[in-house]
Write a protein that binds this ligand. Structure first.
Ligand code: HEC
Length: 161
């Protein structure tokens, strides 16, 4: 069920179960290095740099939640990955990959004519010379949070139904 991951992380097995969800919520809202709530909301209104985490507890197993935290680029939530593209005419561009079909990709990127606004640009695959796999804008949390903190955060995320 949900999003599957292949990585096994023996060093982090202790984080999968037994955390304290109230402590995890406090970390989510206030941790100085983790900054979760600067990028995520949980329902309602708030930050939108990352996906709304309402219901994330049903999107995959605890292993998926762990992988999302320690290696965000392993599975990039559609619409939130950043990709770089080189076109056959030599132009380089990049942005958030919002859509991909058999013919074209759609990137969201800053509007060159209106500072602070975003535009969508459709690029035919036939025009692309080279592109990078999408990467996550989320920092890997294994270095920013202690294992005990990750365990509490995972308990909190599991509770988001
Ligand atoms: C700089 C912004 C940023 C910060 C800070 C951040 N995230 Fe994220 N997060 C993202 C983005 C962007 C994505 C979507 C791309 C991806 O899948 O990695 C994401 C994805 C996720 C996902 C997967 C969501 C899904 O729908 O499958 C989880 C879970 C998550 N973040 C939890 C956290 C937690 C917990 C913290 C704090 C410890 C945190 N994030 C901090 C930007 C951020």
């Amino acid at each position: 069920m949900g999003r599957e991951i292949r990585a096994r992380r023996p060093a982090y097995r202790v984080c999968l179960d037994g955390g304290d969800k109230a402590a995890g919520q406090t970390i989510f809202l206030t941790h100085a290095a983790g900054q979760c709530s600067k990028c995520h909301k949980v329902g309602g209104t708030g930050a939108e740099a990352g996906p709304d985490l309402k219901g994330v507890g049903t999107r995959g197993k605890p292993e998926y939640l762990l992988e999302s935290l320690v290696n965000p680029s392993a599975i990039v939530v559609p619409g939130y990955g950043i990709t770089l593209v080189t076109l056959k005419d030599g132009e380089s561009t990049g942005g958030t990959l919002v859509k991909e079909t058999a013919e074209a990709i759609t990137l969201k990127l800053p509007d060159p004519d209106h500072a602070g606004q975003l535009i969508e640009r459709v690029i035919p695959l036939a025009d692309i010379a080279d592109r990078q796999p999408p990467i996550s804008a989320m920092p890997p949390m294994g270095i920013l949070l202690k294992k005990s903190e990750l365990r509490d955060v995972i308990a909190y995320l599991k509770s988001l139904k």
